[in-house]
Design a protein around this ligand. Structure first.
Ligand code: ATP
Ligand code: MG
Length: 425
């Protein structure tokens, strides 16, 4: 057993020695039974929070009203939650009342899916009143109890349902799916951040296409608070175009691919990602890739196939895009090109023939900081005050150097600067 499991065992045995019941519960049991890595362990107990706090030297009252205390043991933190039932979900997200109860089966009943409603004690015996183990074997997401009711209580469960089905590559039980379809409008009650977090886990997970296809079929996202400018057909078409999405390592490239498949301009993507409360870093990384796409598409359109010197023109435009949007975004776009099916490519016939990746590798320098001359040196050599001209000149020198027309050497660059400035040489 892992160090975390041993620490959890100590917590559970401490609780039992004090006359309480205590079990591992939820995600950790599910993942353990599936042979998946367990990232944290939750504990459910008959002890009330005050009792838990009294037993352990180090604890944090994380959510006393809901019965949750975080117990720190050997460097690990465990959420220890008192058996409880929930009722009165007026906002379709959080219960208005929780009540501590003495029967663990009552606690399992409030949980969302059968596979998340299994617990296990020190002896290793499972308590599984809703057939979670059987559903794990069937690879099935099934609500505990009446699906329609459970989704009505907490609308986030609908997205969790699709997320678990996607990440685990499971099916959704018929009644559960039907309940989801009946309750899908309730997603409007869920905060955008929560929706985004679930969507993120679908997109970043091992089977994103599965989740996307399900989302296309149930048209759930269109019912959410965040703008969602695609209907199920658009999303289904996008899911088909993103066949290789699971091969992309980085989450931001997956988002870029999806937004590309959904025919979003860089500007539209930027606005959507903002509305969906993505972090500024993620948003920028995604949008830069789409900006490279736009620069690249414009370059392909500007240089007709077969034009003499066309390839070199294209190479210069590409280098300009790399300098403007960065190597990472440029290479990101090339990774997308590599997995997009031919019919989703701009000017598809041209791209395979163009060694854009080699063009990046051959650039003698990739950013202004590598240029062998500084703005001050230029201003001094030309005996001019720094001004807007300086930025333009630096860009021109950078472009020329990166394209291989000029050596990245101070003398060369200063000479070229003087020539550009109209000096007699
Ligand atoms: P993961 O942490 O990998 O997302 P998990 O199953 O541990 O999976 P958590 O969100 O950490 O999910 O929740 C822990 C447990 O709490 C779940 O296994 C489930 O039993 C219960 N649970 C969580 N969210 C809900 C919910 N919205 N409705 C009902 N039960 C829930
Ligand atoms: Mg968890």
């Amino acid at each position: 057993p892992s160090a975390m499991a041993l620490a959890a065992e100590d917590v559970i045995s401490e609780l039992t020695q004090n006359g309480h019941e205590a079990f591992w519960v939820g995600g950790c049991i599910r993942d353990e039974l599936l042979g998946r890595p367990v990232h944290d362990m939750d504990i459910t107990t008959s002890a009330v929070p005050e009792e838990v706090i009294a037993i352990f030297a180090r604890s944090i009252p994380t959510g006393l009203a809901h019965g949750t205390v975080t117990v720190l043991q050997d460097g690990h933190g465990f959420e220890v939650t008192t058996y409880r039932t929930e009722s009165g979900y007026v906002d379709h997200r959080r219960p208005d009342h929780v009540e501590f109860v003495s029967d663990v089966k009552e606690d399992l009943r409030r949980r969302d899916f059968t596979i998340n409603a299994i617990c296990c004690g020190l002896g290793g015996d499972l308590i599984d009143p809703f057939g979670g183990e059987k559903d794990l074997a069937l690879r099935m997401i099934r609500c505990v109890g009446d699906a329609e009711e459970r989704f009505d209580e907490d609308a986030l469960r609908m997205l969790r349902c699709v997320r678990f089905a996607s990440v685990l590559d499971f099916s959704i039980a018929k009644n559960t799916w039907r309940g989801l379809l009946r309750q899908r409008d309730k997603l409007a009650h869920i905060a955008v951040e929560r929706v985004r977090a679930e969507l993120d886990r679908i997109v970043e997970g091992p089977h994103p296409r599965r989740g996307l296809a399900m989302l296309a079929r149930c048209e759930l996202l269109a019912r959410g608070k965040a703008p969602f400018p695609w209907n199920g057909t658009d999303l289904a078409a996008a899911a088909a175009l993103t066949a290789g999405i699971g091969e992309l390592e980085s989450a931001h490239l997956r988002w870029a691919l999806l937004l590309h498949a959904l025919k979003q301009s860089a500007q539209e993507a930027d606005e959507l990602l903002r509305a969906w409360t993505f972090s500024g870093t993620t948003r920028t990384s995604v949008v830069q890739v789409l900006r490279v796409r736009e620069a690249w598409t414009a370059a392909l359109e500007a240089v007709p196939p077969g034009e003499p010197g066309g390839t070199d023109l294209l190479r210069r435009r590409w280098i300009a895009a790399v300098l403007t949007f960065g190597v990472e975004a440029a290479e990101g776009w090339l990774s997308l090109l590599a997995i997009l099916p031919a019919d989703a490519l701009p000017a598809a016939d041209r791209i395979p023939a163009v060694p854009a990746r080699d063009w990046i590798a051959q650039m003698p320098l990739k950013s202004l900081s590598e240029l062998a001359v500084t703005g001050n040196e230029l201003a001094e050599a030309l005996e001019k005050r720094p001004g807007p001209w300086l930025g333009n000149m630096l860009s021109a020198l950078l472009q020329a150097t990166a394209s291989g027309d000029l050596l990245n050497n101070k003398q060369e660059l200063l000479l070229e600067a003087k020539r550009m400035d109209g000096h007699e040489l």
